[in-house]
Design a protein around this ligand. Structure first.
Ligand code: NCD
Length: 309
């Protein structure tokens, strides 16, 4: 009898649902598939005959392309529909859109949507796997998977006790939420930092530390994850001005000296250079931002593989 853990999920809706063992299964598969991304390698026949539909109702560059490239590298046929090009703008419900995509013989739906909970809702409406590519400010599971995969590559596979500071607009960030779940499940210590309006103390309910002093938040960190100010989700201003934000919480070369020598800088993108992150620092040796992007293909190949089988 095999003692190998099994993947029993149809969907990937959020990191909150996953066990540590399931996270490890995704990393193991991503590690196995990453070498196949080399230019010299042929496509893997793993999803040959599958049709993957990317339904993107919010803007995206990295996530959409990484999913398209991941599915293509696994030999699936990939079709991307973006919000304003679908009948959702004609009043069709999300459920009807999804049921029609299923009726068109699609095998997997990847969805980005502005409503928190939309991915879970969709997963209950249809039989084919649904992969959440970001639902409002709720979760962005594959981003947290690629972030933690990158941390494991850079800092070692056992993240217990590793200190990660997430800095910026935590309140409106699905990336932060998914990363908090993932990092806590893996035993890392998480500090959230930024202005108190965007990083309320109540977040400590998640088992993290909230610090509003930047120097203190950076001092012990092994990695700092920066987040963009997500204006599109803010109904009122949460700080006086962008200039004010940058002057207090922007990461620049001087402040990077507060970090330990080996500490790494991460960002899910898109970067607003000169706001949350100084441009020189974004391109410096400390930055692993583009490695995160490449790892995004490997973890999405792993997720597609696991949900399809
Ligand atoms: C993020 C997102 O869309 O949630 N970007 C991404 O997927 N890499 C973060 C952001 O928009 O700031």
């Amino acid at each position: 009898m095999s003692t190998e853990p099994e993947w029993n999920r149809k969907d990937l809706v959020g990191i909150e649902d996953l066990s540590r063992e399931e996270l490890e299964m995704i990393y193991a598969k991503a590690e196995e598939l990453k070498p196949t991304l080399k230019r010299s390698q042929k496509k893997q026949p793993i999803l040959r005959g599958y049709t993957v539909v990317n339904l993107f109702m919010e803007p995206s560059t990295r996530t959409r392309l990484a999913f398209e490239i991941a599915a293509t590298r696994l030999s699936a046929d990939v079709i991307t529909v973006s919000g304003n090009a679908s009948s959702l703008v004609k009043g069709e419900s999300l459920r009807d859109t999804a049921m029609n995509i299923q009726a068109l013989n699609a095998d997997i739906i990847i969805m980005r949507h502005s409503a928190a909970g939309s991915a879970r809702y969709l997963s209950r409406c249809i039989d084919i796997p649904v992969i959440n590519a970001g639902d409002g400010a709720h979760e962005h599971p594959t981003q947290a998977l690629l972030d933690t995969f990158t941390l494991r590559e850079k800092l070692g596979k056992d993240l217990r006790g590793v200190k990660v500071t997430i800095l910026g607009d935590i309140l409106f960030s699905r990336v932060a939420r998914s990363n908090i779940w993932a990092l806590r499940k893996l035993g890392a210590e998480v500090t959230l930092a930024g202005p108190s309006t965007l990083v309320p103390k109540q977040f400590e309910h998640f088992g993290v530390t909230v610090i509003h002093d930047l120097r203190e938040a950076l001092r012990d960190a092994d990695a700092v994850m920066l987040l963009r100010i997500q204006h599109e989700r803010q109904s009122s201003t949460h700080f006086p001005s962008l200039g004010e934000y940058t002057s207090m919480f922007g990461l620049n070369e001087k402040r990077a000296n507060w970090l330990k020598p080996g500490a790494i800088i991460m960002h899910p993108g898109p970067i607003n250079r000169g706001v949350e992150l100084d441009s020189v620092l974004a391109d410096s040796k400390r930055s692993v931002i583009l490695e995160q992007v490449t790892n995004g293909i490997a973890v999405r190949m792993a997720v597609l593989y696991l949900c399809a089988h």
